[in-house]
Design a protein around this ligand. Structure first.
Ligand SMILES: NC(=O)C[C@H](N)C(=O)O
Length: 332
């Protein structure tokens, strides 16, 4: 069980400011129910930060820690962290872990000093799932409010609700029922980084969202500074007509990935043909992200660029990843 910080580990300091202060062992000690599980738990505090301040470097280091633990015989892992970035970090951890052992990410919306703090129940549920034989082969999952979500689908949907994590495309994989993990939906394993891939190079990837009346004037300066670009378009992947030339020019030099800002559904339908429509943009070289959210598409693009993959491999990776493991490849 690895702690990275977040609200689940936050208490007030001497001046009253709430910040991450508890170690991974403190979190375990606060859940007597863990003693009742037939699980040998080892605690490691790798970072103690708010979710917003985690970096790709932190997550790559964590992935190495997990790989070492799995090589040493761990049968599952739990990561506790800030909920703000769980939809991105869990996805990255899943892309980096092709093994059978479940990696379970959890956190809390109410810190341990508040009435009805949800951290202890989430931690107990996360350990239960990580130790469950039924969770083997699921890759990385997010366990929150007794729901089990695939990292590729899960989104943070509410600023405060303890039920903030949802899977709008495909629903949860399962639930905690009377202390046991019940998997009701077992998708095909999504994209994972091929074994032996090197992820050394730094890549800068921007995410730019379409908004009403934006003439695209900022795009050229952004495009100049990045190795890859993710566009969160309107609806099924539309942008204003004035953006089309900028995006076409960009797609000749760098990968430009098309996603939707709506929060659910796929971009790669072939319904519309007007300038700036999804069909128009794809014909000009943009790469469809299928059902991947803009945030997850950015994580994937950054990772693929850091491995030095070519355009064709990169497109193929988005086809597999964008299907979320549940839709036949090529449909989305
Ligand atoms: N609920 C949370 O964990 C939010 C928190 N501020 C974070 O570290 O992301």
């Amino acid at each position: 069980m690895v702690g990275l910080g977040g609200t689940i580990a936050m208490t007030a300091n001497a001046s009253g400011a709430v910040e991450p202060r508890l170690s991974a062992q403190d979190l375990i000690d606060a859940v007597p129910g863990l003693l009742g599980l037939d699980v040998e738990l080892e605690a490691r505090t790798v970072r103690n930060r708010p979710g917003a301040s985690l970096t790709f470097g932190d997550l790559h280091e964590l992935a190495e820690v997990l790989a070492e633990e799995f090589a040493a015989g761990a049968t599952g892992a739990v990561v506790t962290q800030g909920t703000d970035t769980i939809e991105e970090t869990s996805y990255l951890l899943g892309l980096l872990h092709a093994g059978e052992q479940p990696v379970v990410v959890t956190g809390a919306m109410r810190n341990p000093t508040l009435a009805g703090a949800d951290g202890p129940a989430n931690l107990l549920a996360a350990v239960t799932v990580a130790a469950s034989p039924d969770a083997r082969g699921l890759g990385c999952v997010v366990v929150f409010s007794d729901e089990i979500h695939a990292a590729a689908r899960v989104r943070k949907s509410h600023t405060m609700s303890t039920g903030t994590f949802v899977s709008p495309d495909g629903g949860p994989l399962g639930y905690l029922v009377e202390g046991r993990a019940r998997i009701i939906n077992r998708p095909a394993r999504g994209f994972t980084l091929p074994a032996g891939s090197r992820t050394g190079a730094e890549a800068r990837v921007a995410l730019y969202t379409a908004t009403l009346g934006d003439d695209g004037g900022l795009l050229p300066s952004i495009i100049d500074q990045v190795d890859g670009l993710v566009i969160a378009g309107f609806g099924v992947g539309h942008v204003p007509e004035s953006w089309v030339g900028h995006l076409e020019t960009a797609a000749r030099r760098i990968p430009v990935v098309l996603t939707s800002r709506t929060g659910a559904g796929s971009v790669a339908t072939r319904t519309y043909g007007f300038p700036g429509s999804e069909q128009d943009l794809l014909s000009r070289g943009l790469i469809p992200a299928g059902f991947l959210s803009p945030y997850k598409a950015r994580v994937l693009l950054r990772l693929l660029l850091s491995t030095g993959l070519g355009q064709d491999e990169l497109r193929a990776a988005f086809v597999t990843a964008g299907a979320l493991g549940i839709y036949p490849m090529g449909v989305c």
